[in-house]
Design a protein around this ligand. Structure first.
Ligand code: ZN
Length: 448
C-alpha cells in the first residue's frame, strides 16, 4: 500500500487510532460509508441517565424496551461503532451492561441490560460549536417519569427465537511431522497440546450455551492458515491456541498467556517464543503467513485487529488469573508478541504456553492426566468468566442467563434446586472454585 494511501486511510479513520479502539470490518467500511459512533458519553442526572453518542453524520434510529429481563434496545441504521467503545461505559446503579452487534450486515444494535424498568427517550442534535452530530438517549427511572404517557414501543421477547452457542475454537499446537518442543524424557509438545485440548473440549461442551471446535482432533500437521480457517469457518467467538514450549534455560518455568501484538513483543521470552512458533510454519509448511510482515503492516489490517487485541487481552487476563490457581505463572500479565496463529480476523485469540517442556518438573506435570485436567478446568473457568461478562448478542448465554443475588443462608444446592439446575453447572457457569457463597454475590443462573 502506498504511503499516500495509507496516510489517507489513517485520516479517514483517524479517530479510531486516537481512541485506540477499532474493530469494524474493513470490507464493510470500504463498501459503504456508514455512520460511525465515535464516542459515547454518560452522565447521571436527577432521575435519569443520559447517554450521548457522538456521530460523524446524522443517523436514523429506533429505541424500544424489552422486559424480563429489563433491556433497552437502540437500533441504528447503516451504522458502525468503534470496537471496545461500549466497554468504556461503566456499569452503574441502572445499567448492568451494554452489548452491541451488527444486524442485517449493516445496521448496529446496542442493547442496554438494566437493573430496573426505565422509559427511554431519544433525540438527535446537529452540529453546534465544537460538537458534531449527536444522538441523545435518556433512560428515565419509572419513578421519575409519568408511567402512563410513555411513548415507547413495548415489544415482547419472542420465546421461539433460536439462540446460538458461544463457539470456542481450541487449537492444539503443532502435530504430525511438526512435533513442537521435545522434553528431556522425550515428551512431544504436539501430544500434550492435543491431550489438553481434548480435556478442554469436554469441559466446554458440558456447558449449555457453549460449543468447542478443535482445529485438529488427531496427530496431523496443519498450516497456521488452516488453523485460522477452522476458527473463521465455524464463526468462533474466540480461539485459544495451546502450546508447551521449550526454552534454552531449563529453569524457565510457569504458564504464560499471549495475545497478538502488532508492534514489538512485550518481553524477550515473548519475542523468542513467537519466533519459534512462527518458524514451525516456515520449517514444515506454508511460510507466507509467518513471514508476511507486509500484511501485518497494512494500516487497515492493523486497525481491524486493534479491537480484537483488546478483547484478546481481556480473555487472556481471565485465563491467566485462573491458571494462576493451578500452576506457577511465568509472567503475571498477558504478554504480547507477533504470533501468526493469533491473526484471526474479528475473533479474539490467545495463545497459552501451558508450561515449559524444557523444565523437567513441568514436563512431568504436563504428562500427568490429573494435572492436564486441572489446567483444562482453569482455562474453562477463565473462558466462562469472560463470556459471562461479554456474551455476544444472540447467544444463549446473553439471553437465557439471569442474575441472582445471593441471600444469607443460601447454598449452591438450594439455588440449583430452585432453578432446576445442578451445583456443578452453577459452579462452572460462574467459575467458582468452591461451594462457598458470599451474601450479595451475583450468580449467573440459566433461565431456560
Ligand atoms: Zn509450540
Amino acid at each position: 500500500m502506498g504511503k499516500d494511501r495509507r496516510k489517507f486511510l489513517k485520516q479517514l479513520v483517524g479517530i479510531s487510532s486516537v481512541a485506540g479502539f477499532s474493530g469494524f470490518s474493513t470490507l464493510s467500511y470500504a463498501a459503504s460509508a456508514k455512520a460511525q459512533i465515535q464516542n459515547i458519553r454518560l452522565s447521571r442526572n436527577n432521575g435519569f441517565v443520559r447517554l450521548v453518542f457522538d456521530l460523524d453524520r446524522s443517523i436514523q434510529h429506533t429505541v424500544f424496551s424489552l422486559h424480563k429481563p429489563e433491556r433497552v434496545v437502540l437500533d441504528l441504521k447503516n451504522a458502525d461503532m468503534l470496537h471496545g467503545l461500549v466497554d468504556m461505559i461503566q456499569a452503574n446503579s441502572l445499567i448492568r451492561g451494554i452489548r452491541s452487534g451488527i444486524q442485517n450486515g449493516h445496521d448496529l444494535r446496542v442493547v442496554f441490560d438494566l437493573y430496573d424498568q426505565v422509559t427511554p427517550r431519544s433525540f438527535l442534535l446537529g452540529p453546534a460549536g465544537d460538537a458534531g452530530h449527536r444522538l441523545v438517549l435518556d433512560l428515565h427511572g419509572l419513578e421519575a417519569s409519568e408511567k402512563n404517557t410513555a411513548k415507547t414501543d413495548h415489544v415482547k421477547t419472542a420465546p421461539q427465537k433460536v439462540l446460538r452457542d458461544v463457539i470456542i475454537a481450541i487449537d492444539p499446537g503443532h502435530g504430525g511431522k511438526d512435533p513442537g518442543a521435545t522434553g528431556r524424557s522425550g515428551t512431544h509438545e504436539k501430544t500434550i497440546t492435543l491431550q489438553l485440548a481434548r480435556k478442554l473440549e469436554k469441559l466446554i461442551n458440558a456447558q449449555k450455551g457453549m460449543k468447542a471446535v478443535l482445529t485438529r482432533k488427531d496427530d496431523r500437521f496443519l498450516k497456521l492458515r488452516e488453523r485460522i480457517a477452522v476458527a473463521t469457518k465455524n464463526n468462533a467467538d474466540m480461539m485459544i491456541s495451546l502450546h508447551a514450549d521449550s526454552f534454552p534455560d531449563p529453569r524457565a518455568r510457569g504458564s504464560s498467556v499471549y495475545a497478538l501484538s502488532i508492534g514489538g513483543a512485550s518481553s524477550e521470552t515473548a519475542r523468542m517464543l513467537a519466533k519459534n512458533e512462527n518458524a514451525s510454519d516456515m520449517l514444515f509448511g506454508d511460510s507466507s503467513l509467518a513471514v508476511d510482515d507486509a500484511m501485518v503492516n497494512e494500516v487497515l489490517f492493523d486497525l481491524s485487529m486493534t479491537g480484537n487485541i483488546q478483547s484478546s487481552l481481556d480473555i487472556g487476563d481471565e485465563i491467566l488469573r485462573q491458571i494462576g490457581t493451578v500452576n506457577h505463572v511465568h509472567k503475571k500479565v498477558v504478554q504480547q508478541a507477533g504470533f501468526a496463529v493469533l491473526k484471526v480476523p474479528n475473533t479474539p485469540s490467545v495463545l497459552l504456553e501451558a508450561a515449559f517442556l524444557s523444565n523437567p518438573r513441568e514436563e512431568k506435570n504436563l504428562r500427568s492426566s490429573a494435572h492436564q485436567q486441572k489446567m483444562a478446568r482453569a482455562i474453562s473457568r477463565g473462558v466462562n468468566s469472560y463470556f459471562l461478562r461479554k456474551a455476544p448478542p444472540g447467544t444463549w448465554l446473553s439471553e437465557a442467563v439471569t442474575d441472582y443475588k445471593v441471600k444469607s443462608g443460601d447454598s449452591l444446592s438450594v439455588i440449583a434446586h430452585k432453578y432446576n439446575t445442578s451445583v456443578e453447572a452453577l459452579r462452572s457457569r460462574n467459575a467458582l472454585q468452591s461451594n462457598n457463597l458470599n451474601t450479595g454475590q451475583i450468580l449467573k443462573i440459566p433461565v431456560s
